[in-house]
Ligand binder design. Structure first.
Ligand SMILES: Cc1ncc(COP(=O)(O)O)c(C=O)c1O
Length: 404
């Protein structure tokens, strides 16, 4: 008889996890409300009346988040990158042309996805940190007819807000292209009007502004985009990410694959809390919290990486002063203060998230204090008191407490 491999030595999870989990103040995932965590611990059948009710409610709430009346709104079992891949690859195939507007890691990722399915891809690259230059987009559209244009609303990798998104979408639509927008970091943190701006495909992840768990994402298609997908002939290179197949489950309650039930329930609860708060109040909370944090950072004597006109509020990028080791700052913050912030992909910046539950006064105060103290302990003089005072003034009387 074959000898089985010996059983490995195992360590219970509670011996691996830190005593007090780190406060997640990086670029995502973010802390989740108790109701979301509770929902994430429940498994029910992924088909049947109970799930049908959940799916119907989730789609209705997702339409509110995207500000769309479009019929085809779906969850995607996978990271936000899977939703991006669904959006990009269902609209592109060999012979189709895509223009990729690139000003950071995530906008570039959509270009790689388009290339992977054999589309003809042109990339317009804008140096980090800069916003998409609409004149260059105009010039590119004048030279060639594109089927699809892709861009991000917020570029998490360097903290840029493509504030001219509505104008870019209008321009691309006037040229007859479908527009795919990555709103992964921005959805529910700042205004995004899918229908009003005529966006064709809009994508978001669960783990950022929505404050749900990573691994279940959202996507919405315009009628025009969905007609292209439905009219597509030939085989799809993806099976799980085939939007038509996925819509069997999300539109008609039929089996596609076993859906990620706990993640869907968590997303339902996260969206419910958003609807309860209302988008308007949520946008205000994010803006106020992020701007107060930015004022605190500057008052401390540190510099923000992105100019105000196109600075992203959802993820704030801070330039690392000469002679300071960003990794050491993050390490000190994590080990001494239990606060985690993000580094970056090759840029000399630190990033603090301002998404969903991160925009609570007690979290922001703790983070700024931890960062100031860590700079001091690393030997770099900052004016911590001035920073904390500016944060307090910025938040004013609005104390954004935790909503269970
Ligand atoms: C703007 C943006 N797009 C896409 C992604 C990819 O998300 P995921 O890591 O869930 O695939 C991220 C993640 O940080 C993001 O910030």
């Amino acid at each position: 008889m074959n000898q089985p491999f010996p059983s490995p030595v195992t360590i219970p999870l509670n011996q691996i996890l830190p005593q007090e989990p780190l406060l997640l103040m990086g670029a995502g995932p973010v802390p989740i409300p108790a109701a979301v965590a509770q929902a994430n611990g429940v498994v029910i059948n992924h088909l049947g009346d109970t799930m049908n009710q959940v799916i119907a409610g989730l789609k209705q709430m997702a339409r509110y988040a995207f500000q769309t009346g479009n019929e085809v709104v779906m969850g995607v079992a996978g990271p936000a990158s899977a939703a991006m891949e669904m959006g990009v690859t269902n609209l592109l195939w060999p012979g189709r042309k895509a223009l990729v507007l690139e000003n950071g890691t995530f906008s570039a990722r959509m270009g790689s996805m388009a290339e992977a399915v054999g589309a003809e891809v042109d990339r317009l690259k804008f140096p980090e940190p800069s916003m998409i230059d609409i004149e260059q987009v105009k010039a590119a559209l004048a030279k060639k007819q594109y089927d699809v244009v892709t861009l991000v609303q917020g570029e998490t990798s360097c903290g840029i807000h493509n504030a001219n998104l509505p104008e870019i979408v209008a321009l691309c639509k006037a040229h007859g292209a479908l527009v795919v927008v990555d709103a992964v970091v921005t959805l529910t943190t700042m205004p995004l009007w899918m229908d009003q701006w005529k966006i064709d495909v809009c994508i978001s992840g669960g783990q950022k502004g929505i404050s749900s768990i990573p691994g279940v994402s959202l996507i919405a298609f315009s009628k025009e985009a969905w007609e292209v997908i439905e009219g597509r002939s030939g085989s799809m290179p993806h099976w799980c990410l085939d939007a038509r197949k996925a819509y069997r489950f999300w539109g008609f309650q039929q089996y596609h694959y076993t859906a990620p039930v706990p993640g869907i329930l968590a997303l339902y609860e996260a969206l419910r809390l958003i609807c309860e708060e209302t988008l308007q109040k949520r946008f205000e909370r994010h803006k106020k919290s992020s701007e107060a944090l930015q004022a605190g950072i500057e008052a401390m004597g540190l510099e923000l990486f992105v100019p105000k006109e196109y600075r992203l509020n959802s993820v704030v990028a801070i330039s690392i002063p000469k002679g300071v080791d960003g990794y050491q700052i993050r390490k000190l913050m994590a080990t001494k203060f239990n606060v985690e912030i993000a580094g970056a992909f090759g840029l000399d910046i630190l990033r603090i998230g301002q998404m969903g539950e991160q925009c609570r006064s007690h979290n922001v105060f703790k983070t700024l204090y931890a960062m100031g103290m860590s700079f001091k302990q690393a030997g770099f003089a900052v004016n911590l008191a001035a920073g904390m005072a500016a944060l307090e003034e910025g938040l004013g009387a609005d104390i954004y407490n935790y909503v269970p």
